[in-house]
Structures are given as structure tokens and as C-alpha cells.
Design a binder for this molecule. Structure first.
Ligand SMILES: [Zn+2]
Length: 192
């Protein structure tokens, strides 16, 4: 009987010891997430023009949300024109969430930046950052090209900023009104 009693006590202790560090790590993860969440919202978001040497005269300020526009119907970003091979730089620091090739965008990079916004860089000639990489503002992430549905067009960077939280006041009742809540105007963000 005594033996059983002792082994039960040991088991109890073991359970306690197993539970405790587990609880601790949950608190650690929770508090780290809170810090990350707060940082995501508090980090300043002063963007740099994402093509090296480019100025605001290298894109048309009215091209954002221009319609009709190709297959997608509306232009969800701006096109910054530059010579092929010009370095594309990160408009802000962030985490590369994808670096891939797709039919329309060609070689594209998506970076999660401050305020949980995705910064989208398309038609790159070469990709110079990989998924999971942390990049600093101004770091080279690729070069200007004309890949994807920009083949045959003048080389340019298609740059878009996508919010993960809907900007409900931007909602429009037209065809693209729903999307409009998630796309910010890069022209406004780059010229402020
Ligand atoms: Zn474009």
C-alpha cells in the first residue's frame, strides 16, 4: 500500500513538473505575440521608393485603381518604370512571406511589414531574397524586369500595398469596391 501511495505521489509530482513549464511557455509565447502585435502596429511606416534611384516622376500618380486594366480589371498598385536590372529595394523592413513565380506577376516577392501590411513587388527580373528572410528597409530584394504579364512591355516594378484589415470607409458599391478596402494607394504612401 505504502509503495502505491509513494508512486502516486511521484506521478503527481511528475505531472506537476510537466505542466508547469508548459504553462510557462504558453505565457511566454502569448506575451511575445502581444509584443509582436503591438510592434506591428507601432512601428513607424515611412516608406522609401522601392526602386533604386527612382523619383516620383517615374510612375503615374493616377495609375492606382485605374480601370479598365488588363485581365484583373483594375490596377491595384503603381508601376515604377526603370531600366531592366535596376535594383528593387524593400520599401520598409519586414519578413519575406513569399518569393515565387506566377503567371501574371512573374517573379514576385511579398513582404510583411509594419501594421501587418503586405508589400507586393512584381515583374522582377531576378529575385534576391527568399521566403522567411528578414529584410531591412532599403535592402536589395530583386531587380526590375518585365516578367509575367509584363512581357513585351517596358520594364517596371509593379508595387502594391495590401492591408489585412479592411479599411471599411474605402468600400465602394462598384465592381471593385470590395477589393478597395484592402489596397492602399502606394502613391500617397510614397509621397507623404
Ligand atoms: Zn502594375
Amino acid at each position: 500500500m505504502a509503495e502505491i501511495h509513494i508512486s502516486n505521489r511521484i506521478r503527481e509530482c511528475q505531472i506537476h513538473h510537466m505542466k508547469f513549464p508548459w504553462k510557462k511557455s504558453v505565457y511566454a509565447v502569448a506575451s511575445m505575440s502581444l509584443v509582436a502585435l503591438a510592434a506591428g502596429f507601432l512601428l513607424p511606416e515611412k516608406l522609401v521608393i522601392p526602386v533604386k534611384g527612382a523619383t516620383k516622376s517615374d510612375w503615374n500618380p493616377k495609375s492606382f485603381w485605374f480601370s479598365p486594366w488588363g485581365k484583373s480589371g483594375v490596377h491595384k498598385g503603381i508601376d515604377i518604370f526603370a531600366k531592366e536590372g535596376t535594383p528593387v529595394i524593400a520599401a520598409c523592413s519586414g519578413l519575406v512571406v513569399s518569393a515565387e513565380t506566377n503567371k501574371d506577376g512573374g517573379n514576385v516577392i511579398s513582404i510583411l511589414g509594419p501594421k501587418w501590411r503586405i508589400h507586393y513587388y512584381a515583374h522582377l527580373n531576378t529575385l534576391k531574397a527568399g521566403r522567411g528572410e528578414l529584410v531591412r528597409q532599403g535592402a536589395e530584394i530583386g531587380t526590375v524586369g518585365s516578367t509575367g504579364n509584363a512581357i513585351g512591355k517596358a520594364p517596371h516594378l509593379h508595387y502594391a500595398i495590401i492591408s489585412q484589415i479592411p479599411y471599411v470607409w474605402e468600400f465602394r458599391t462598384d465592381k471593385f469596391g470590395f477589393d478597395r478596402m484592402f489596397f492602399l494607394n502606394p502613391h500617397e504612401k510614397l509621397t507623404r
